[in-house]
Design a protein around this ligand. Sequence first.
Ligand code: PLP
Length: 383
Amino acid sequence: MIYLDNNATTCPLPAVAEAVLHTLQHGFGNPSSIHGGGEAARQRVEEARAQVAGLINARETEVVFTSCATESINTALRGAVEACRLERSRMVITSVEHEAVHDIAQWLQGRGTDVAIVPVDALGRLDLGRLEEELKTPTTILSLMYANNETGVVMPVPEAVRLARDAGAVVHVDAVQAVGKIPLDVDEIGCDFLSLSGHKFHAPKGVGVLYVRRDARFRPLVIGAGQEGGRRGGTENVPGVIGLGVAAQTMAQGIAERCAHLARLSTRLEERLLAIPDTCLNGDPDGRTPGTVNVSFKGIEGSAVVLTAARDGVCLSAGSACAAAQHGGSHVLEAMGVPFEYLHGAVRFSCCESTTLDEVDRALEVVEKAVAYLRAMDPTAAR
Ligand code: PLP
């Protein structure tokens, strides 16, 4: 199998799997217990908290463990709206946010929050002028992704955060797709909340992170027995948290080397894919995370390419995994105004640091063959 779907999920690192298994076998204590077993689990959880704090330059007390980024995002956005001091709450998001942001914004809108959506241009870049305009209306919270999961387009987060803070809004950053590719420093970013998902950076599924700035106004979403400093009730997923700590420590190191390798893979993918007739690149050619390449093959279905390539053992994605599950088109590509004949032909290639150039070359052969086969089957398709 050649796995080029790392934006959907990643393979746990061997050191992560080892730490998780060891915890399951030998460290099953409840970190809230006051006996030795609890104390040992608590110590390991706090070690993981320090490792995550190191990844994003936060204080350990600002790191809250959750079950996934979706929970972190729901907590931040709902929590900020509930703690809002304005007469009427208002949220600003972008048109290309992940469903985790988009859907909670819609949910809050149904309960009286005003929601403004800032557009992107044809390359998926945020319109900062429009953002500034939107922030002239008193705003509770801006939520912005750092890197887009479908196209890899990197948002101007520091500039956007500055505009939002000058306007008196709090800021949540969805950094799920940025980990290990963009150095994350919450003090430099200046955000109040930041969300991460373990399984996107080689930790297990079922564990996420919410960074909560020490002075942020905040209401917990999951209320329970006071775990996580009262900010997230429920016994921690100790093996997951420990695995996430190990992954965070690994991701904090060697970003330059990782990005250089991923950039080489992207270059190869782009060169060969764009040589296929009637194929276009989706997203800013000069402002994407390395390792993510999203192209559209005119006149054929991206999902047909994905399924055909899968028969030869190549794992790709047509848009995001979540959109695939809902059988929907890509709201990201639609927001970018991708023309209809290219819209449904999108295929995403997403690599990780262990992806080799040889794997990319073999995957490209399979995809070239799949596109030719599908176009040959459909006489109306572009040649
Ligand atoms: N935000 C972004 C940018 C994502 O790519 C994802 C997952 O694909 C999420 C949020 C949600 O992460 P999870 O499904 O792990 O909660």
